[in-house]
Design a protein around this ligand. Structure first.
Ligand code: F6R
Length: 366
């Protein structure tokens, strides 16, 4: 049932060209420029008049929420907040009846996320769910929602569910942006067409796996690692760090690249691998200077770069290429080498990648 792969996690990483396509299937009419998510259509007025979207989630799903915040604000111009469900539920948050509370959960059974929704329901917010498990508690208790249709995710470390969540957040933001007129029609079509190109681009970047395996060998003995990114790819840095720590037990932190000089730079020496997501155009020059700051302190830099970006390639110790894409979609590509890097490092350290110690696939107690 592992389909020829050694582990479920690897199988699930390699399924992503298909699961990303499945998350879009039947929801896009590219010719007419129509995106149809039933849950949004049903509550169209609530969405179009929403003062705010509050995203509540845990772990990797919370990180997907951070990218959702960029998408909703950047494309649909809806103020968005992202909350750890466990904090939100206990801090007497302000929730109004014009707010939409969006729960993101692979399992649909996470106790803290359920409690956050109960609180929001008491305050009359509209509850929306992005879940993978059909018929799960969160899917049932929300007013509306969308499944990601990724199929069962067995590896404890979430991979294909994360990219599925990103597809749904992108579709939601685009559907709302189209209806609200917050992006131009040409940009809308550009993003829509590019979204449909993503599965093939994922397929092509998976072919760099040998290089990623080689890089894993070079950093497998580190005790710490730092992940940096900016903009849409700052949450990807968080996700890369989370994947590494949960399956390889190497301590890792994700940081916005520019925050490095406000603290973590003190940690950098020749033993500190720094993984930089350097594939965005809009912040390219700034990320280059962040890389130079690390190199000046003898840090080892592994960069995720846009295909053919020789200038960055020359600066760093190891470069992993990904295809070029539109920036709002770039996390769908840039996260995948980081999933593979964590996987290969964990294997080299003899860790149980599918069932890391102390972790459960679904956290039904708070
Ligand atoms: C990390 C991971 C966890 C989950 C978190 C939320 O790889 O899998 O951090 O993302 O426990 O779970 P769901 O999405 O089921 O609510």
């Amino acid at each position: 049932e592992k389909g020829g792969f050694d582990h479920y996690m690897l199988k699930e990483i390699y399924q992503q060209p298909k699961t990303i396509a499945d998350a879009m299937r039947g929801r896009i009419n590219a010719k007419q420029g129509i995106i149809t998510l039933g849950g949004i259509n049903e509550f169209e007025n609530r969405f179009l008049n929403a003062d705010r979207i509050i995203i509540a989630a845990c772990g990797t799903s919370w990180i997907a929420g951070l990218i959702g915040e960029h998408l909703f604000e950047d494309l649909a111009r809806i103020p968005t907040e992202v909350e750890y469900a466990s904090e939100f539920r206990y801090r007497n948050p302000i929730i109004k009846n014009n707010d939409i509370v969006l729960a993101i959960s692979q399992s649909g059974e996470t106790a803290d996320t359920i409690a956050a929704l109960e609180l929001a329901r008491d305050r009359d917010a509209l509850l929306y769910g992005i879940c993978n498990v059909v018929g799960s508690s969160i899917a049932r208790m929300t007013d509306a929602g969308s499944y990601i249709h990724a199929g069962p995710e067995i590896g404890v470390a979430s991979t294909k569910a994360f990219t599925g969540q990103l597809v749904l957040l992108t579709l939601m933001a685009l559907q709302l942006a189209r209806k609200k007129g917050t992006i131009s029609s040409s940009y809308f079509f550009q993003l829509l067409n590019e979204l449909e190109n993503i599965p093939a681009k994922v397929e092509s970047l998976l072919q760099n796996d040998a290089k990623i395996k080689y890089v894993a060998q070079e950093i497998k003995d580190a005790n710490n690692a730092l992940y940096l990114g900016r903009g849409y790819n700052f949450p990807v840095a968080l996700e890369g760090a989370l994947k590494l720590k949960e399956i390889s037990y190497i301590h890792a932190e994700g940081y916005p690249a520019a925050e490095m000089k406000h603290g973590p730079i003190a940690l950098i020496d020749e033993n500190m691998p720094v993984i930089v997501v350097a594939s965005n155009d809009s912040t390219r020059e700034k990320v280059i200077s962040n890389i130079q700051e690390v190199k000046a302190r003898k840090g080892k830099v592994i960069a995720i770069i846009k295909e053919g970006d020789q200038a960055i390639e020359k600066l760093v110790d190891y470069a992993i290429e990904i295809p070029d894409t539109e920036e709002p979609l770039s996390p769908l590509l840039s996260v995948i080498p980081l999933q593979l890097l964590a996987y290969h490092i964990a294997i080299l350290r003899d860790c149980n990648v599918d069932q890391p110690r102390n972790l459960a696939k679904s956290v039904t107690v708070e």
